[in-house]
Design a protein around this ligand. Structure first.
Ligand code: DX5
Ligand code: ZN
Length: 231
């Protein structure tokens, strides 16, 4: 299982150095959480395309950047994120009226598309789209801020998606990557890996006061190596 940092808990005045540290620690995928002050329940604003463009310029093209859009008008504004240089746009199924149309439009620009489900949203909402998507993201917190507690009740949903994706793979179809986001730390990384997650977003577990990104990443990697069980 791979790990990608969310920069939400970073000191934004030191963001460049933080990103350099992440890359030096071996990170090759950055997850950028966009909130517009409207869509998430706590009405938070984080950042938009301008910051993402600066991050792309700083990191060059070797690092994969996704933007997780927690916004009301993704259908109208997705192109701003593509122009800012993201490799993948991840939009919420709950926030988009015509998801198949959004998939077509974003993929026509050569950008990848992911679909994210809130903890309470059933898998059936995304199953019809699986063969078109590059990634499916399951939220393991209610979106809105970093540092929240992991919701173990999403296990069934993750396992259901894993088996739907595996079945699709056996039939030779295109298969999305399976991602999880929210409350992942060194103590539960192996658990979600065993559920079948391919890549975990880690925010406060990587960028925090207790250790450097490389120390925190090493702790997570050790936890993943320590448990030899397979799924
Ligand atoms: C929540 C965001 C997450 C989150 C991750 O709305 O999408 O990416 O901030 O942070 P942690 O790992 O601290 O839960
Ligand atoms: Zn996120």
């Amino acid at each position: 299982m791979e790990v990608t940092p969310s920069i939400l808990t970073a000191d934004f005045c030191k963001l460049g150095e933080t990103l350099d540290d992440a890359v030096a620690a071996g990170i090759n995928w950055i997850h950028m959480d966009v909130m517009d002050g409207n869509w998430v329940v706590n009405k938070t604003i984080t950042f938009g395309p301008a910051l993402i463009k600066s991050v792309r310029e700083r990191l060059g093209n070797d690092v994969f950047i996704d933007c997780h859009l927690m916004i009301s008008n993704a259908e109208e504004t997705w192109n701003q994120y593509v122009e800012a240089g993201v490799d993948m746009v991840i939009a919420h199924i709950e926030a988009v009226d015509d998801f198949p149309d959004l998939i077509r439009k974003i993929q026509s620009t050569g950008t990848q598309i992911g679909c994210v489900l809130n903890p309470d949203t059933p898998v059936s909402k995304v199953t019809p789209l699986l063969s078109e998507l590059d990634l499916v993201l399951v939220m393991s917190v209610v979106p809105g801020k970093g540092g929240q507690s992991f919701m173990p009740q999403v296990e069934e949903k993750v396992r259901e998606l894993r088996s739907a994706i595996d079945i699709q793979e056996e039939s030779g179809g295109k298969t999305p990557i399976l991602m999880i986001d929210g409350g992942i730390k060194h103590h539960n990384a192996a658990i979600v890996r065993d559920w079948g997650i391919d890549i975990a977003v880690v925010g406060s577990g990587l960028i925090n006061e207790t250790g450097s990104i490389s120390q925190n990443l090493e702790e997570i990697q050790k936890a993943l190596e320590g448990d030899q069980s397979t799924h």
